[in-house]
Design a protein around this ligand. Structure first.
Ligand code: MF3
Ligand code: CO
Ligand code: CO
Length: 287
């Protein structure tokens, strides 16, 4: 890294002198790096302009999920939900990020029962008792917003409902950890401890991720981990937290379509996701 002097302009583009801007934060980060933590690379710290753009994109994602929550019910196909998401996203002036992303064929991911994530919409009909994750990512003016929710179709078993509720609780346990100079490990630790305490397991093969300027950026947000380890959080970072919580084993298998991840034991799994911003004094949920 090039050495920047106290009286130089700050690297963040604020136009302020370094000593009045990010100098103290950088000092603190380099001290923490000496203790084995990881400082965030500069390019994942968003500028105020990027934050505004990502905020608006997250608003689209939230509206699309609100629309789905009003219409989803027993008897509809996942292809129909895909069409709703595609059309409403376009109506809001945005583009569905999954479509053609690394060859993904649809506009939304829909993961039912034992499907951990990345389920592909098709002619399957939702039936009473299904637990369904709908994962929406929108691109508005080049900025990404990513979120998912669970939906319980008709009458589900008590154990399915409990899993869905626990997964939601895990998301908020993770979000609660977020503030400047906390770590990604703090998030994973909070989620893992809570989930395992309830007798569930936490998926390791997939995780949250930096998001905003791209679909998937640094850091990888592990939903398992140890306190005070990994990347340090600083204001202006934007990432998802999206714990996948399993009834049985944490292990996953990939189906032949190359996308659909299922639990290795085919037991139930549930996931909730938000895009969040690290603020000066804590966290803001953008979706
Ligand atoms: N929205 C998913 C996530 O939370 C990623 C989906 S990638 C896709 O990271 F290609 F399957 F859409
Ligand atoms: Co995500
Ligand atoms: Co997502």
């Amino acid at each position: 890294m090039n050495k920047i002097s106290r009286n130089d302009l700050c690297w963040c583009g604020s136009g302020k002198k370094y000593k009045y801007c990010h100098m103290d934060q950088d000092k603190k980060l380099s001290d923490l790096e000496d203790k084995g933590l990881i400082a965030p690379p500069i390019d994942i710290i968003k500028t105020p302009e990027q934050i505004e753009g990502i905020r608006k994109s997250c608003e689209v994602t939230r509206k699309v999920l609100d629309m789905v929550s009003e219409r989803i019910k027993e008897g509809i196909t996942t292809d129909e939900i895909n069409t709703w998401v595609h059309d409403y996203t376009s109506e809001l002036g945005a583009v569905p990020a999954p479509l053609n992303y690394m060859g993904y064929p649809k506009s939304v991911c829909i993961s039912i029962n034992e499907v951990v994530c990345h389920g592909i919409p098709d002619s399957r009909v939702l039936k009473s008792g299904d637990i369904v994750n709908v994962d929406v990512t929108s691109i508005l003016n080049g900025y990404y917003g990513d979120a998912s929710r669970m939906f319980i179709i008709g009458d589900a078993s008590e154990k399915a409902i409990k899993l869905v509720e626990t997964a939601s609780k895990c998301l908020y346990k993770g979000i609660e950890q977020v503030k400047p100079f906390a770590t990604v490990g703090d998030i994973g630790y909070a989620i893992q401890t809570y989930a395992e305490g309830k007798g569930y397991s936490v998926v390791r093969e997939y995780g949250g991720h930096g998001v905003g300027n791209e679909f998937h950026e640094e850091p990888f947000v592990d939903h398992c981990g140890n306190k005070n380890t990994g990347m340090i959080l600083v204001p202006g970072m934007i990432f998802t937290i999206e714990p996948m919580i399993n009834e049985g084993t944490y292990k996953c298998e990939l189906l032949d379509d190359g996308w659909t991840a299922v639990t290795a034991d085919r037991k139930l799994t549930a996931q909730w996701e938000h895009t969040i911003l690290v603020t000066e004094d804590g966290v803001e949920i953008l979706t």
